[in-house]
Design a protein around this ligand. Structure first.
Ligand code: ATP
Ligand code: MG
Length: 575
């Protein structure tokens, strides 16, 4: 079936001349201005016809890639019973991002932020035999997360579209095989939607499991930071490991020095005239077990919240009052002479520093040359720091680079986390009950759409790759209703459409300038401009949106030429 020609005279597409005031980044501004989306509330959006057309293109690409690796489409409910979340333990663990509600009979529900619980309960009673495994199921559906800071338009929304897939395996080897296939499919989804991306090692966050990769669309507006190396290593800074080399400063034997008014690493480094990297920073917190921990990291590094929470469940920093109560002096905390009962934890990198420059546990005093193993002991060493550019690659040792990215998708090996907690088992060949080994895989569909705009735009508007554009070509007659121009434009649009291109025509009774601006703003990959003089001479103009290049061509040749160009372009995104 042929696509319908999109008629700009009919379509609901109220474009905006000015940037909306509350939009900070390109994709947010342009999606609003180009009449793709409209805001309903903070982090909640409607899709208008043009935006919806793009959304459907993105969904179709994802659907094709999922089907190509044998995943089957289903549709689960967005409304999920609280009991299932109690079973997995996530009703408590998920926190305030989970949108909870009760029905009129006081039954608890949530609006699904993800569907591990629901899918596990869907299969646990009816997927029973090893003969039926593996199984991979996916859906494209709206998700709800009560984000603390919904912002940047579709990039961080409270309601958004996700493609989520879940797979069930008899063993790790089978999971690994599908996980690798998914990874390749996710790469193709990025390629086909036109994203410049990087797969990075990731932390598995709220979802659980151990092995995980995120697909990052490289963009300054991205909220994620990644580090990478020319050897191929790349990781989200949340999960990155690196070799950190603190500066080993040549200091004498232990010496307690008066440091009046010094209460931060910056002021200590200035006071002593040494780099921050040569000092040791202290952080004090406690976990769910109430054990107070003094944590030491190189002065120029920060404690990584995710790493510390993995090590100490329920970790939080002590408040100022709790510090006083514990006998600690904020701004001068160090490992020598800590009050009894405080555990000392330090970043592995500090093993290489024999003599520390650190707090003296006394207001207005610091130590230089506090000797590790002699003046103080460390109870536990761990990888604790946020990594940054200049730290060294854990694989090849070269300095790491840094970039910002938008996490468009993520794949996870869940192992038996949900099958264990929710009792989802199958019968193996010997009749033994075993828990499913599971994987889960998510693509932010609406976030992908916004990431494409983030990477493909200029001062005039969006530049859609043909693969996801609302239409591949827009025919722009410069005098609508004109007896000469209109029939030619209509004829070209009809023939392009018959040739299988996705076509729009700006048949509005508007000035040329308005049409040109809107065409650039909306971002059709190609425009065919049909003007009166040209028609009299038998020519029209093809404009390529990405380069701005215009070329004149005979009316008799334009259809064949356009088809050739678009087909070549499609090829690039089909893979
Ligand atoms: P983030 O770290 O950005 O909050 P996440 O890691 O919590 O995302 P996942 O649970 O991995 O997200 O969800 C799968 C995909 O869903 C993400 O890779 C992302 O593309 C998309 N996504 C997650 N949260 C949002 C959101 N608030 N708005 C739009 N898309 C989102
Ligand atoms: Mg994620």
């Amino acid at each position: 079936m042929l696509n319908q020609i999109m008629r700009m005279s009919k379509i609901y597409a109220p474009t905006l001349k000015e940037d909306p005031v509350d939009a900070e980044i390109a994709s947010h501004k342009l999606l609003l201005r180009a009449a793709m989306i409209r805001k309903v509330a903070a982090g909640v959006y409607n899709f208008l016809p043009l935006g919806f057309a793009v959304l459907q293109r993105v969904e179709d690409i994802i659907r094709e890639e999922m089907q190509a690796i044998g995943s089957q489409e289903i549709r689960m409910s967005a409304l999920q019973p609280a009991e299932l979340w109690h079973e997995s333990g996530r009703w408590n663990d998920y926190g305030p991002e989970l949108m909870r509600l009760v029905d009129r009979n006081q039954h608890g529900f949530c609006l699904g932020p993800t569907h591990e619980e629901l899918i596990t309960s869907l299969v646990r009673d009816e997927l029973r035999s090893y003969k039926e495994l593996p199984k991979s199921l996916f859906q494209i559906q709206v998700k709800f997360r009560d984000e603390i800071r919904p912002r940047f338009g579709l990039l961080r929304a409270k309601e958004f579209v996700m493609k989520d897939a879940y797979s069930f395996h008899p063993d790790q080897a089978s999971l690994q095989e599908h996980y690798d296939e998914m990874g390749r499919a996710y790469g193709r989804i990025c390629d086909r939607t036109g994203l410049d991306y990087r797969p990075v090692a990731a932390d598995s966050g709220q979802i659980g499991g151990k092995t995980s990769v995120e697909y990052m669309a490289l963009a300054e507006a991205g909220e994620a930071a990644i580090v990478f190396c020319e050897c191929g290593y790349a990781a989200d800074v949340e999960a990155a490991t690196a070799t950190i080399k603190p500066l080993v400063h040549d200091v004498p034997e232990i010496d307690k020095i008066s440091t009046p008014g010094v209460g931060s690493i910056a002021s200590l480094s200035e006071f002593l005239g040494i780099p921050e990297a040569a000092t040791v920073k202290a952080l004090i917190g406690k976990g769910a077990d109430e054990q107070i921990v003094a944590i030491f990291v190189p002065g120029d590094h920060d404690l990584n919240n995710i790493k510390i929470c993995h090590l100490i469940p329920g970790f939080d920093f002590l408040t100022d009052d709790e510090l006083v109560e514990a006998g600690l002096h904020k701004g001068s905390i160090g490992p020598v002479g800590l009050p009894e009962g405080i555990k000392v934890l330090a970043d592995e990198s500090l093993k290489s520093v024999a003599k520390w420059v650190c707090g003296a546990n006394e207001d207005g005093f610091h130590y230089v040359g506090a000797k590790l193993g002699a003046d103080f002991q460390v109870d536990e060493w761990a990888d604790l720091c946020n990594v940054f550019a200049g730290d060294f690659c854990p694989e090849c040792g070269k300095p790491l680079d840094e970039a910002r990215g938008i996490e468009v998708s993520q794949i996870f090996q869940l192992g038996t986390k949900y099958s264990d907690s929710m009792g989802a088992t199958y019968m193996d060949e010997d009749g033994v009950e075993r828990p499913f080994v599971m994987g889960c895989y998510g693509v932010g569909v609406t976030r992908t759409l916004a990431a494409v705009v983030e990477q493909h735009n200029d001062e005039h508007g969006i530049i859609w790759p043909v693969s996801v554009a609302p239409a591949e070509v827009c025919v722009v007659p410069l005098a609508a209703g004109d007896d000469i121009v209109s029939p030619v434009a209509e004829q070209i649009a009809t023939e392009l459409n018959a040739a299988g291109l996705r076509v729009a025509i700006d048949d509005r009774n508007e000035r040329a300038g308005v049409k040109f601006n809107d065409a650039d703003l909306i971002g059709w990959p190609y425009q065919i401009v049909v003007g009166k003089r040209g028609v009299n001479e038998g020519i029209v103009e093809i404009k390529e949106r990405a380069t701005g290049e215009k070329s004149s061509i005979a009316i008799s040749e334009v259809v064949a030429k356009m088809v050739e160009i678009v087909e070549a372009e499609r090829e690039k995104y089909a893979f």
